[in-house]
Design a protein around this ligand. Structure first.
Ligand code: ADP
Length: 435
């Protein structure tokens, strides 16, 4: 039996999913991170990686043909020539790069994806003033370093992780303007996500009972892995994540970028994964209701009747997508006494914001929306699904798989067609566009 392992490094822990060649799950393993100071986090990641692998039953480990890892987007570190971290990593949400943004603005094209305090490139420029910087040989993303622990090659990344480092994913090279930054360090060589890099290091294969010819592939980021897991594969298909915030991703033939709205596109083979994120979402629902109340009150809502209430649910002022206004006030009034009516208004208002988000992506040139898969805590709410379907006017379905590790296992399997970027059909094993 040929098996494939996907490993997801999220913010709270690591997960692994083993699939067979029909993409069915054979094993799932988890390893929660303990609180540790950022400086020693790479040690915790290494521990998590090998502890996770050890949880996979020995008889399955022997059958694994390929492995891929996804990391948190823009979590980065500097390592020496032997791959040892030379300083604390900078985590995905670390804003220290804001101090170099003005310098970066004078070099990067206007509204470029790297022009954000948390982009990998801002972090790298910020790191240049570290006393330890002269010991650094390579700048890596979390997924690149974890891949190195398995295959032993430094300085290799994928074009999903490298987007926020400034890599030109259309031309498949670092852009000329980056030369002006005179970065005195090796930038990663960038390959398509899911490309086999090398066989497992022999000591890892022997210690953990893997086959010596098990391949380690380039990885991806956590949110793209979750998209790959969803089952969306054709242009026009989208995934909405109804978690604490509202995140939209729409597969398109056209690349769409607008930094004002925080809209950018990842490359997925010949297609583009366009998207944006709003601050509205489940965190606002949680402020007013427990999860049990969300279930019971939603059942009492008559989804066929429109609510009169028009809110813009936010925890604090400001949104970027689909309305770009840092001062946009939360709108949660008038609040009816009946909690069912209040929740109805909230769910419907978030559905309107979701619809507006997809309209904006389409206005900017993305493919026409045809189907919306749903992930996140709100995906289980059937009343909300019915309301959203009325606004979106396309079928709304729950994603069959939502685990990023599952999407990364598909990547290891080569199930994401590298020509078209589409997931291959589970039944025939072929990509719909390739035939
Ligand atoms: P994240 O990973 O972004 O924190 P999750 O995907 O775990 O979020 O989803 C959690 C969110 O889902 C919470 O903010 C909660 O309000 C929302 N949620 C949970 N259950 C329901 C429900 N039945 N209906 C609507 N929203 C829900």
């Amino acid at each position: 039996m040929d098996l494939y392992l996907g490993i997801d490094f999220g913010t709270s822990g690591a997960r692994g999913v083993v699939i067979d060649n029909k993409a069915s799950i054979q094993a799932e393993v988890r390893y929660p991170f303990e609180d540790s100071p950022v400086a020693v986090m790479p040690n915790s990641w290494r521990e998590a990686l090998f502890a996770l692998v050890e949880q996979i039953p020995q008889e399955l480990r022997r059958e694994i043909k390929a492995i891929a890892i996804n990391g948190t987007s823009s979590t980065v570190l500097l390592v020496d020539a032997a791959g040892n971290p030379i300083d604390a990593p900078l985590l995905y949400n670390d804003p220290r790069g804001s101090s170099v943004l003005n310098d970066l603005k004078s070099v990067a094209p206007p509204n470029h994806t790297v022009l954000s305090a948390t982009s990998s490139l801002s972090k790298l420029i910020w790191m240049k003033q570290l006393p330890s910087f002269n010991q650094a040989r390579y700048f890596l993303h979390q997924a690149d370093w974890l891949g190195f622990l398995l295959h032993g090659y430094l300085g290799i990344s994928d074009y999903h992780n490298a987007l926020k480092l400034g890599y030109d994913v259309e031309e498949l090279k670092y852009p000329e303007w980056m030369e002006k930054l005179q970065i005195p360090i090796q930038l990663p060589r960038v390959l398509p996500p899911g490309t086999p890099v090398a066989e497992l290091r022999s000591e890892v294969a022997d210690n953990f009972g893997f086959r010596r010819d098990c391949l380690v592939c380039t990885g991806t980021t956590d949110s793209i892995a979750a998209f790959l897991a969803s089952g969306a594969k054709l242009p026009g298909e989208a995934v909405t994540s109804l978690g604490s915030t509202l995140v939209l991703k729409l597969l398109s033939r056209t690349r769409v970028e607008d930094a004002r709205y925080g809209i950018y596109s990842h490359r997925l083979g010949k297609l583009w994964l366009t998207g944006g994120a709003s601050n509205t979402g489940g965190a606002v629902l949680q402020k007013f209701f427990t999860n049990a109340e969300l279930v019971s009150l939603s059942r009492e809502i008559d989804a066929s009747k429109a609510s009169e209430l028009d809110y813009y649910p936010l925890l604090k002022a400001g949104d970027r997508f689909p309305i770009n206004d840092p001062n946009l006030p939360p709108r949660l009034e008038p609040r009816p006494d009946n909690p069912v009516e209040f929740l109805h208004g909230l769910l419907e208002s978030i559905a309107r914001i979701e619809t507006k988000g997809y309209e904006l992506l389409q206005q900017m040139g993305a493919d026409k929306l045809t189907r919306v898969y749903t992930a996140g805590g709100g995906a289980a709410n059937d009343t909300w699904t019915a309301i959203r379907q009325q606004y979106l006017k396309v079928p709304v379905i729950a994603s069959k798989y939502t685990e990023a590790a599952y999407g990364t296992a598909l990547l290891a399997m080569g199930k994401v067609c590298r020509d078209t970027g589409m997931r291959e059909c589970d039944e025939c094993g072929e990509c719909e566009e390739c035939g």
